[in-house]
Design a protein around this ligand. Structure first.
Ligand code: MN
Length: 141
């Protein structure tokens, strides 16, 4: 079905729970950018409850996060986690291991935008972020 011009009503798409295989804790995903070829873009508002986070993962064409509310974390492999606040934008290069999520005691929501690879490849998921990794003191404001 080709993409139609028009308004996608808020009630027409369902909130999904983040899968236990790829998230720790309770996470909700609202699809926002749903496209068809030739576009490879996808986007969701992801809401993390306190302490919830993605598993380690990488994106074939990278990812942009736009932070909407609450207090979050972004962590790139080999670095300490960084604090995220509303209005912050995170640029994640292609094939770069990282995780993102809420701070330990606050909700956090971001818009996550990423493209599938040229052959349709999606996110490459790794292992869960351990409590030890998650609890490393975060840097930033
Ligand atoms: Mn990511």
């Amino acid at each position: 079905m080709p993409v139609k011009a028009g308004v996608v009503r808020a009630g027409s798409r369902q909130t999904k729970r983040g899968a236990a295989e790829t998230f720790t804790g309770t996470v909700f995903q609202d699809p926002v950018v749903v496209t068809e070829a030739p576009s490879r873009m996808g986007g969701s508002v992801v809401t993390f409850t306190p302490g919830a986070r993605t598993a380690w993962h990488a994106h074939p064409v990278g990812q942009t996060l736009y932070c909407l509310s609450g207090v979050g974390r972004i962590c790139f492999q080999g670095e300490a986690p960084q604090v995220l606040n509303p209005g912050d934008v995170v640029n994640i290069p292609p094939n770069t291991q990282h995780w993102h999520g809420a701070s330990p005691d606050r909700l956090f929501a971001h818009l996550a935008l990423s493209e599938a690879g040229e052959k349709g490849e999606g996110t490459a998921w790794g292992r869960h972020v351990s409590d030890e990794e998650y609890s490393i003191a975060a840097t930033g404001p």
